[in-house]
Design a binder for this molecule. Structure first.
Ligand code: HEC
Ligand code: HEC
Length: 477
């Protein structure tokens, strides 16, 4: 053995042996291949070990889209943290400084629990809903004209600096009383329904009388927003054109963009009155939590609210720009939950009935994204949100009587239906429609009027089995 090794070494070292470096390279290659195979098998083992855990039921609306890079995922996690972080008054501990002076909730996720809808609760001040208000005339940028003493939204709470019990009365208390009614379907079934009556108590800055227009809004879901933001205007215009042939009248809202300083397409909110995810977030901060930002640097204190105006802000601005960018990315990258049960017989029948009842005229199954530099992964894709992002006249029963840019007093944006069947498991809410009056899908459909009246009547004329199938389809999305 030793003799053989000695012989090979001699050959290798002999001056006539020209291919010495080849042999070295071959050995090095061999080592690399073995090492590579070892690492790969380990990586594979790791991949199979870290297979995505099944999503917990309450987290169905909080998942990132597939294929985020490591740095995008980090941005996503930071954004999620900011959505959940509580805001407190300087110098209290336990959150970011900047709550109030007046506010409705101390965190985004106080209303959007697990990223889901609001829940209506009887006999308490509204907290997961909000009341918009305005007076006749137009605001500075063509939007609603804010009330001189209350602004464009009632903040039901206020803060006292430094006190542990930092809640004090806000601008006014808002309650909702529910008026019960019944609707009869073609087969004789009676459906109990309810409609909100708004009650404002203890207004602290003068009466809020009938000349003031109000609009009750339930908290919306926040996933899938990147897709909705990425649909080119031209596509939406084409959808609106096509709808005219079907006797529908979908229209784009056009609203003021406070960053671009011009009027652009409105996409977000129940009346599509916000142009972008970023602005929607900044508006929520100033309106709902009392947190100012570089976009809205002034505290939300109308002239008569002298105590509010005298309070020092928690920071300048309270919302840091990079936190706003993290949150914008998080909203954009929040995935819509995948559809379920598509193969079930009832769901297949339901889809056919959804077409037949012309629900799909407005709840358009497919839209396509265009360029979207914020999240290139979702550019030029077709997605199934079941919305047209357009405003429709939904009739007198759903009217709030309060115009918002081009959205008239009876107009609402078609809400996406994706993920709607998971609403209850996410946070217990099955409160649908702009004010949360519907307690299930059937009630939501039966409130449809105006342009959607024919659809509603086709539903009300169906047999119980057909209605159930249609509802099963909606719940599968
Ligand atoms: C007081 C409860 C409440 C709080 C707090 C709140 N929201 Fe909302 N959110 C709502 C309501 C109500 C709407 C619908 C507003 C409308 O139509 O006018 C909404 C709408 C939205 C939308 C638009 C969804 C869509 O489909 O168009 C986004 C995004 C959003 N909120 C994000 C946030 C963020 C981010 C925060 C924290 C800065 C926040 N919200 C805080 C109640 C709340
Ligand atoms: C003319 C357009 C139009 C048609 C047709 C239409 N919808 Fe809607 N739908 C809307 C609008 C707009 C809203 C929001 C109304 C509101 O909040 O007051 C809505 C709300 C809903 C909601 C509640 C969603 C939520 O998140 O609160 C459901 C469920 C729904 N529609 C299902 C249907 C079904 C099923 C049909 C067919 C029977 C149908 N819609 C037909 C426009 C339409």
């Amino acid at each position: 053995m030793q003799g053989l090794a000695g012989f090979l070494l001699k050959v290798y070292m002999h001056p006539l042996f020209q291919c010495r470096q080849w042999v070295l390279s071959a050995i090095a290659c061999g080592v690399l291949i073995v090492l590579g195979a070892f690492l790969l098998s380990d990586a594979q083992a790791q991949i199979s070990r870290s297979k995505p855990k099944p999503v917990a039921p309450q987290d169905a609306y909080l998942q990132p889209i597939a294929g985020l890079s490591y740095s995008q995922l980090r941005l996503f996690r930071e954004g999620e943290k900011e959505f959940k972080v509580p805001w407190v008054v300087f110098p209290l501990l336990g959150g970011h400084w900047g709550l109030g002076p007046t506010f409705i909730a101390d965190a985004c996720s106080t209303c959007h629990i697990n990223g889901g809808r609001g829940i209506t609760i009887d006999d308490t001040i509204i907290v997961q809903q909000l009341l918009r208000l305005s007076v006749p005339g137009k605001g500075p940028q063509g939007g609603p004209n804010p009330h001189p003493n209350y602004g464009d939204q009632i903040q039901v709470f206020g803060v006292n600096v430094g006190l542990k019990e930092n809640l004090k009365p806000g601008e006014a208390e808002v309650y909702v009383d529910w008026q019960a009614l019944q609707v009869e379907l073609a087969d004789g079934e009676m459906v109990p329904m309810r409609k909100p009556i708004i009650r404002i108590e203890n207004p602290n800055f003068g009466p809020i009388d009938e000349t003031v227009m109000t609009s009750l809004r339930n908290t919306q879901v926040v996933f899938g927003m990147g897709f909705l933001e990425a649909v080119p205007e031209a596509i939406l215009m084409r959808v609106a054109e096509d709808q005219k042939k079907q006797g529908l009248n979908g229209r784009l809202n056009r609203v003021y963009d406070d960053t671009l300083k011009k009027t652009v397409v409105g996409r977000f909110g129940w009346k599509a009155n916000q142009p972008s995810i970023r602005q929607q977030i900044a508006v929520a901060f100033i309106g709902d939590i009392g947190v100012n930002s570089s976009l809205y640097p002034d505290e939300n204190c109308p002239k008569v609210q002298t105590i509010c105006r005298a309070m020092a802000p928690g920071n300048q601005p309270e919302l840091l720009d990079y936190n706003l960018e993290q949150m914008t990315f998080w909203h954009a990258a929040l995935a819509p939950p995948p559809a379920r049960n598509a193969e079930a017989e009832e769901v297949i029948l339901g889809e056919r009935l959804f077409e037949q009842a012309k629900c799909s005229g407005c709840h358009l199954p497919e839209l396509t994204t265009g360029d979207y530099p914020l999240l290139p992964q979702i550019e030029h894709q077709t997605f199934r949100a079941y919305t047209d992002l357009l405003l429709h006249d939904m009739g007198e029963d759903l009217a709030d009587g309060r115009a918002d840019f081009l959205a008239g007093p009876r107009d609402w944006r078609t809400p996406p239906l994706w993920g709607i069947g998971l609403s209850a498991q996410v946070n217990g809410s099955t409160n649908f429609l702009h004010d949360g009056r519907a307690r299930n899908i059937q009630e939501a459909i039966l409130w449809h009027g105006g342009e959607a009246k024919a659809s509603r009547d086709l539903f009300a004329d169906m047999s119980k089995d057909e209605r159930n199938a249609l509802i099963a389809f909606v719940n599968s999305l």
